[in-house]
Design a binder for this molecule. Sequence first.
Ligand code: CDP
Ligand code: CDP
Length: 221
Amino acid sequence: ARAVPVICIDGPTASGKGTLAAALAARLGWHYLDSGALYRATALAARQAGVALDDEAALARLAAALPLRFEAGRVWLDGRDVSEALRSEQTGMDASALAPLPAVRAALLNLQRGMARLPGLVADGRDMGTVVFADAPLKVFLTASAETRAERRYKQLAAKGISANIARLRDDLQARDARDASRAAAPLKAAQDALALDNSCLSIEQSVQQVLDWWQDRQPF
Ligand code: CDP
Ligand code: CDP
């Protein structure tokens, strides 16, 4: 059987991974995996079930049987539309709190690998290139300055009518990145063979074009 090509987009929070990965998937006609949504959904499921964020065995059971559905741009957990709750800063923090637990990561591994289907997959997260799709032919490590990322989150929140403090947002995202980068299991870091892309001064379209160019360069003809 033909190997399924996978493009990995890893990087810190608000670097634009999701935006880039979804746009690439649309342009290539490939599948898209938002791996962070799985950690976020586990955090929401834990809250719903009253499970503590350090109860590794119970969290792993929740992660292994997530009643999650992606449909028409919405996300459903156990029949409830959780699209907004999933994206909240609190849910991101909660996801980062349970993400270091090896049993939780193991429970989500097959689910993620099962998303690799022809004609291809674009996957974004923290350990797509280092762990989940370590054999992927193209890995991108996406970064942007903390100031730029805080501004992007600020604008995303403002668009939803939520007012936030930029300095506080920057502190929060740096704290989450530090936790993600310092954990023992699958920390946030560039794979050895990843190509670095700092998009602080790039438009979304320029970032998409850069990765498409890299992908073209890797084709035999
Ligand atoms: O998935 P991740 O948290 O890394 O970031 P995102 O939610 O995809 O992107 C954060 C925000 O940055 C979005 O509002 C994008 O429109 C914006 N942005 C971008 O993704 N790429 C740029 N080159 C410039 C802005
Ligand atoms: O969009 P943003 O970058 O803020 O977050 P996300 O990609 O939705 O991930 C939320 C949290 O889940 C991260 O801070 C990580 O702790 C965790 N995560 C992970 O450990 N491994 C992944 N492949 C994806 C997310």
